[in-house]
Design a protein around this ligand. Sequence first.
Ligand code: IVH
Length: 743
Amino acid sequence: MAERREAAAQDGASAPLADAPPTTAPVALPEPAAQPETSALPEPAAMTEAEAARELARLAPLILGADEAYHGADAPIMTDADYDALRRRNAAIEAAFPHLIRPDSPSRRTGAPPAEGFGKIRHARPMLSLANAFSPGDVVDFDLQISRFLGVAPESLAYTAEPKIDGLSLSLRYEGGRLVHAATRGDGETGENVTANARTIADIPDLLPGAPAILEVRGEVYMAHADFARLNAEQAARGDKTFANPRNAAAGSLRQLDPAITASRPLRFLAYAWGEVSAPLGQTQTEAVARLGAMGLRTNPLMLRCTGIAEMVAHYRLIEGQRGTLGYDIDGVVYKVDDLGLQARLGMRSTTPRWAIAHKFPAETAWTRLERIEIQVGRTGALSPVARLAPVTVGGVVVSNATLHNEDYIAGRDAKGAPIRGGKDIREGDLVQVYRAGDVIPKIADVDADARPAGALPFAFPDRCPACGSEAVREAGDSVRRCTGGLGCPAQAMERLKHFVSRDAFDIEGLGAKQVEAFWADPDLSVRSPADIFTLAARDAAAPARLAQRFGWGATSAENLFRAIEARREIALDRLIFALGIRHVGQATAALLARHYGTWDAFAAAMEAAGAREGAAWDDLLAIDGVGEVLAGALVTAFRQPAERAAFAALLAELSPLPMAPVAAESPVAGLTVVFTGTLETMTRAEAKARAEALGAHVAGSVSARTDLVVAGPGAGSKAREAERLGVRVIDEGAWRALIGPA
Ligand code: IVH
């Protein structure tokens, strides 16, 4: 079962600028391109091997991207349901074609790789996530699977049952009873080093008397409701950003580069598990947790040892009943096999233990009035309907927007035409039931047809773009209607511009989505296309003064902005291609294209030559591993549209894209997974990585059984030792240079 991700509500995020065009709504819905039902491929079991391989190649970066956005940036880009659907699809294909499981498959990871900025720590034992149960029936199945695995009678085993805290997990390593480091989960194998921050948390002792020589304590960092309310009030009073919920506040507070900030935040820690231990903590989960408590760690008093499903579910009900008065967020109950010997026999699947499961609480819901349905226009023209709601509190968060997905959803049918909500449509003025199940954007579960105001009409989904008036069309097999205005549509152009400056694209310091909206709306600055950003200084000598006057920018901020813009005239080819915002072209695809074509000129010429969708250029494009017909079609379409071509040409006149060394097929390191460790003497780490990747190697941050080669410089420590232990080849920098040859 896919890991269900935790809540990170968006609602109540930054309000739109007063003078922004009406189509820029305050909630940014993810582009629906990633939705699984848009795939034209057959069901996994009916796929050919080639289709399966291609689909797995498509899914891996999609899921990775979602993981990174969710865990790395604390800013989800798709709903839990869409995410789960992608993971399920990936799992179904892998089940049908196990030999096609990719080294970068999401089934081999539990979260996102660690964010930049913190040092990395490899967990001595992986930090696992939990499979989910949603009903007592799922709990029965869980017990059945375990009893079958162990060859014992069902309902004969003891389990512990305890609250599942909605925070973030942390691993604390104690050596000789002294805290040596603390790490977040990261991707489950390697996390961020947050030791300095963890030391500021009162519940995390520096010394653990009575601890075994090595002890990794695992538990949850979280924020209590009262502390969260106080923190948000203080933040608001200072004009600082407030947090949507306690989980986000806890995550944001722990992952501060300045430990003094963490110290000022009211974080708590509860211990519930362990990683490496030099001596067993007990014979049972109950004993081991009691031992952690005796050492001075906080443990959950609501943990109970149960025998049989009835007792487990009764404790679940009891905890559910106390949920509102516990004072902190929980989202379910975790059951664990009590006997540690049996836990060891049961072991783990790729990312979850067989001996534990999370029994989740149902989504929280509330009824409210749907005031209006608005249509947002996304970067690729998708018309996304959004429900504007009378504000209502759902699970502690005030909700005033909900996604309505697409026109079928509003009409009460799914992508295949089957009725949803009993076929009831959604109308303006309706009383609707809103739910948040750890979702990015709240959704509508139900409509009270009896409470419908007299005269309410079915919603007429526009067939023209509300921003530019162009025709909005729905292609066969697509659940989404799209504006055909392209760059001529102000909403699309604005979203494209926001994408252009975003972190993984041009990442211009001082120029984010907010500034893009403001600069766009300012007639003197008139920044409407990417090229306009680079011509701003030359077009308008008074721009710095204007920034000062209109937006209160100081001279230094303005100078910094123009410096940041200048610095980006030289840009990596893959970033440039990604930044263009062409449909279906994500970061991974942009990198493939950049490597394949090497220079902008070669790329642009090839896209134009491939425009007829036949001939050598088209075949060459399709021959790139990871490029299918849909993507190729989107690329050549972009290069045929006059407005796009003009925009590309104007932009390129301002830039000097850096060529990308094409992957040498005969490179001695192509296809190898390489890890660099220790100090490199003739190149920086970034340079070494870029060079290795250009030669077709995959550069990993940590050593595992999948590593082919470790390049170790002076000071190499645990990674080199791990390589030795695993029998991975270790060479020094000189040998590496000899291997790859001159640049
Ligand atoms: S046990 C090997 N117990 O839930 C199992 N996890 O969805 C390790 N969590 O990553 C986890 N409360 O962050 C366990 N009482 C609890 C928990 C708990 C919250 C979190 C934890 C884990 C996630 C899995």
